[in-house]
Ligand binder design. Structure first.
Ligand code: ADP
Ligand code: MG
Length: 382
C-alpha cells in the first residue's frame, strides 16, 4: 500500500473540504492470459494489482461538487442537474460518467467532493481508467448508502467509459479492479460475467512488467478489423461467437477464408483453449508451464493474430534467451504497451538491467520495468 500517496490525498482533502470523508483504494489490473478473447465472449484471466487510484470522498455542504486530480493539480466544479460529458474533459469525464450513469438508473446522487491520485504507470495499459471509475462508484455507494452490488457498480463504470469517455471497453477491466483478491487471479467468463478465483503461488518467481514505451498508431483500425474478422468467421460457422467454435469447426470453413483470416480466427480459438490450460497449470502449481503458455500466446499474437510489433517481439525474445525467465508475452490490445514476464526472484535485478540495456541499444529508447503483485480489489481503507 502506497502510504505516501494515501497521506497526500488525505491531507489535500482535509485542507480543501474538511474532516469528513471516506478513503477508497481501487487497483489497476493485469491480464495473465486471454487476449482479444473478451469480445468473442470467451475467457480472460485478469488480476488486480498493487498499483491503483486512491480517493478521498465526502459530502458537500453546498449544491456544488468539486473534484481534484491530485497528480495533475487540477480541480473542477460541477452541479448535478445537468451532468454531461465535457469535450476534451479527460479525467473529468470518468467522474461525470459514473454520476451520469447512476442518475440514469434513477439514483439520486447528492453533492460530493472528491480528491484522487494514483500510482499506476502511465500508458502501460494497466487500466487506471477502470480504477478511477470504480473508486468513484464505490465511494459514492459507501458515502450515500446507495445499496448497489459490486456487479451493479462495475456496469455503471463500464457504461461511464462507453458513454462519457467514448471507449467501447468490455467488462474485464472494471471486473478485475473491483473483485480482485490478494494473491489470486480471476478466470473470467466474458459471456456470463462470472469469475472463478484462482490462488496463485508463483514460488521462486515474480511478475515483472516491461513497458516498451511505444504505442504505434494502429490500434483502433486494427482492433476494428480483428473484431470484424471474428464476427465474419462466427457467422460462417453459424455460431454466436468464436467462443462457440472449435479448431475442427474452423477447418470446415477454411476454404472460404483467406489464410490470414483463418489464422486470426484460429488464434482466438486456441487462445481461448490456452486460458483453460493455464487454469489447469495453476492448479498443478506448475509455474514453468505458465511461462510456456505465455510464450505460446505471444507466438499466436505475433504470427497469427498479428497485433505485436518489433519492440514487443524483441522483449519476448530477450525473455526466451534468459535462463531465469519462465516466459513472457505482450499484454493488452497490441502494437505497444507492456510485456508480462515471469522471472526468478533472484534474477530480477540482473534481468531488468540486461533487458534495459539491450532494448536501449536496439531501439534507442528506454523501456521501463515494474513489479506487480496480485492484490485486493476496490475497498475502503483507514
Ligand atoms: P489505462 O486505463 O490503460 O490506464 P486509459 O487511456 O483508458 O488508460 O485511461 C487513462 C486516463 O485515465 C487518463 O488519460 C486520465 O484521463 C485518467 N486517469 C488515470 N489515472 C489518473 C490520475 N492519477 N490522475 C488523473 N487522471 C487519471
Ligand atoms: Mg482504460
Amino acid at each position: 500500500m502506497n502510504t505516501e500517496l494515501i497521506t497526500a490525498i488525505q491531507d489535500t482533502f482535509k485542507e480543501k473540504f474538511g474532516d469528513n470523508y471516506l478513503m477508497v483504494s481501487s487497483p489497476g489490473r493485469i491480464n495473465l492470459i486471454g487476449e482479444h478473447t473478451d469480445y468473442n465472449e470467451g475467457f480472460v484471466f485478469p488480476a488486480a494489482i498493487d498499483k491503483g487510484i486512491i480517493t478521498a470522498i465526502g459530502k458537500s455542504d453546498s449544491e456544488t461538487c468539486s473534484a481534484v486530480a491530485y497528480d495533475l493539480k487540477e480541480q473542477f466544479e460541477f452541479t448535478l442537474d445537468e451532468v454531461e460529458a465535457i469535450p476534451k474533459g479527460n479525467w473529468r469525464n470518468y467522474i461525470l460518467g459514473v454520476v451520469g450513469e447512476l442518475q440514469k438508473k434513477g439514483i439520486e446522487v447528492p453533492p460530493f467532493n472528491v480528491v484522487f491520485g494514483g500510482d499506476v504507470p502511465n500508458g502501460a495499459g494497466l487500466s487506471s481508467s477502470a480504477a478511477l471509475e470504480n473508486s468513484i462508484a464505490f465511494g459514492l455507494n459507501e458515502l450515500f448508502g446507495l445499496g448497489l452490488t459490486k456487479h451493479e457498480m462495475i456496469l455503471v463504470s463500464q457504461k461511464a467509459e462507453h458513454n462519457y469517455v467514448g471507449v467501447r471497453c468490455g467488462i474485464m477491466d472494471q471486473f478485475a479492479s473491483m473483485f480482485g483478491e490478494e494473491n489470486q487471479a480471476l478466470l473470467l467468463d466474458c459471456r456470463t460475467q462470472t469469475a472463478t478465483f484462482y490462488p496463485i503461488d508463483f514460488k521462486d518467481y515474480e511478475l515483472m512488467l516491461i513497458n516498451s514505451n511505444v504505442s504505434h498508431n494502429l490500434v483502433e483500425n486494427e482492433y476494428n478489423d480483428r473484431r470484424q474478422v471474428c464476427e465474419h468467421v462466427a457467422q460462417l460457422l453459424d455460431v454466436p461467437f468464436l467462443r462457440d467454435a472449435t479448431e475442427e469447426d474452423l477447418l470446415k470453413v477454411k476454404s472460404q477464408l483467406s489464410e490470414a483470416d483463418y489464422q486470426k480466427a484460429l488464434y482466438v480459438v486456441q487462445e481461448n483453449d490456452r486460458v483453460m490450460k493455464f487454469a489447469k497449470a495453476i492448479e498443478d502449481n506448475d509455474v514453468e508451464q505458465l511461462g510456456t503458455f505465455l510464450l505460446e500466446a505471444h507466438q499466436g499474437m505475433q504470427h497469427q493474430f498479428k497485433i505485436s510489433c518489433d519492440e514487443l517481439d524483441f522483449l519476448v525474445e530477450q525473455a526466451k534467451a534468459h535462463p531465469s525467465v519462465a516466459g513472457a508475452r505482450m499484454m493488452g490490445g497490441g502494437f505497444g504497451g507492456c510485456t508480462i514476464n515471469i522471472v526468478k526472484k533472484d534474477a530480477l535485478e540482473d534481468y531488468a538491467k540486461t533487458v534495459t540495456e539491450n532494448y536501449k541499444n536496439t531501439f534507442g529508447i528506454d523501456c521501463s520495468v515494474h513489479f506487480v503483485k496480485l492484490s485486493q480489489g476496490t475497498h475502503l481503507i483507514n
